[in-house]
Write a protein that binds this ligand. Structure first.
Ligand code: FRU
Length: 400
């Protein structure tokens, strides 16, 4: 009986403790493999992590490959081995990264491509802008800005990455409608600011007359602008970029860049699609985010909006910290409550045993005193019988 009761107390304590201590385990692990690290990607990562906060039980890990195919392949290989639940990948170069993404897809891991694409249909969804469309819009803008006539230099991103190819194709297509606009040179700067400066140095020497530089991202546009300024040529050239995150918009507002095009980061959308895939809900395979022109006319307004969004972001972060604090306090209080319940239950058991012991003792006392009374009665009877026997024996003696 004692053992049974002790066993039950143990089970109750264990149950209560496990409920009190159970913090929700991560239900899903989502891994993000970024090809590079820069302001644009930092913005996307921030959006991804912030959106993931709205899905409890989701753990997001971000890896970045430093613009190195081998590094990115290694990252993805190890994520396949770890069997993460979902992969989000911005492939550095399409050809090099395609096989490892196919491998992940074939292993049953859903893959969402962001911003850059691969040479295969083996992916689950794509989230990003239409880079061909961005190139086309840039081409139309260039033709309009130059009044249908002028000399253009193009500085491209990494040519093995799909946005570089698509933006180039789009721009060339749009410029077909403006035969007076000539692309006099096209050079690769791998998406880097410094490399764009170096490339620009040579191109400026080779081309004494340049009216506009279209760099496929703002970082390269700023690098090209700075080189032209060093060579006292910036005043005669309009610089157009793509991305429109903080530095790009600021450069437009300051008049360094003539214009840029929004290249939406869409981190929140990526997580929404990821969660739909993981939960088996309907989702769209191709999620095309839209672009827009940022020029002198709207750059300041855009800066104000970005500032406002930043403040809201900070507030969300603060709220998240406060939530963490509340959760900690709540856990401590819950633990305390459970400890009180356990103590109360133990006290209850103790009280029960005490009352029971008291009751048993009383009952035994009563039984003992009854037995004592009976024994005393028997003793009295025996004494009486003994006295009678003695009397009898005396009578017998006297008679004989
Ligand atoms: C960021 C970036 C952007 C560019 C995009 C193209 O890493 O270089 O500047 O628009 O990648 O994939």
């Amino acid at each position: 009986m004692k053992h049974l009761v002790c066993g039950w107390i143990g089970v109750i304590c264990l149950l209560l403790l496990s409920v009190a201590c159970s913090r929700k385990e991560a239900d899903y692990t989502i891994a993000v493999s970024q090809c590079s690290e820069d302001d644009w990607r930092a913005q996307m990562n921030k959006e991804i992590l912030r959106e993931a906060l709205f899905y409890p039980g989701v753990n997001v890990e971000v890896y970045q490959a430093h613009d190195d195919n081998t590094h990115q392949i290694k990252d993805i290989e190890s994520l396949i081995e770890r069997k993460v639940d979902l992969l989000i990948v911005a492939p550095n170069e399409a050809e090099a990264i395609t096989p490892v993404i196919e491998k992940a897809y074939d292993a049953g891991i859903p893959v969402i491509l962001v911003d850059r694409k691969i040479n295969s249909k083996k992916y689950t969804a794509y989230v990003g802008a239409d880079n061909y469309e961005i190139g086309r819009k840039a081409g139309e803008y260039i033709a309009d800005r130059l009044g249908g006539k002028g000399r253009v230099i193009e500085i491209t991103g990494l040519r093995g990455s799909t946005p570089a190819v698509e933006r180039h194709r789009g721009m060339m297509e749009a410029l077909k409608a403006a035969p007076g606009v000539q692309v006099v040179a096209s050079a690769e700067a791998g998406w880097f600011r410094q490399k764009a400066g170096e490339v620009m140095d040579t191109l400026l020497d080779a081309h004494p007359q340049v009216d506009l530089v279209f760099a496929q991202n703002d970082r390269m546009a700023i690098g090209a602008y700075e080189k032209a300024r060093q060579k006292n040529r910036a005043g005669q050239i309009a610089f157009v970029g793509v991305d429109a995150v903080a530095a790009g918009v600021e450069s437009v507002a300051e008049g360094k860049l003539d214009a840029t095009f929004i290249y939406p980061t869409g981190g929140d959308k990526v997580i929404q699609v990821a969660m739909a895939i993981l939960r088996g809900e309907p989702y769209q395979r191709e999620n095309i985010l839209s672009t827009a022109l940022v020029n002198r006319a709207n750059a300041r307004v855009m800066q104000m909006q970005m500032k406002h969004i930043l403040t809201l972001d900070q507030k969300i972060e603060l709220l998240n910290h406060q939530l963490d604090d509340y959760f900690l306090r709540y856990s401590a209080q819950t633990m305390f409550l459970y400890a009180c319940v356990v103590i109360l239950i133990l006290a209850g058991f103790l009280f029960f045993f005490l009352v029971r012991a008291f009751w048993v003792k009383n009952r035994m006392n009563t039984e003992l005193s009854t037995q004592k009374q009976q024994l005393e009665q028997q003793r009295d009877q025996l004494q009486e019988q003994r006295d009678q026997l003695i009397a009898l024996s005396r009578q017998l003696e006297e008679a004989t």
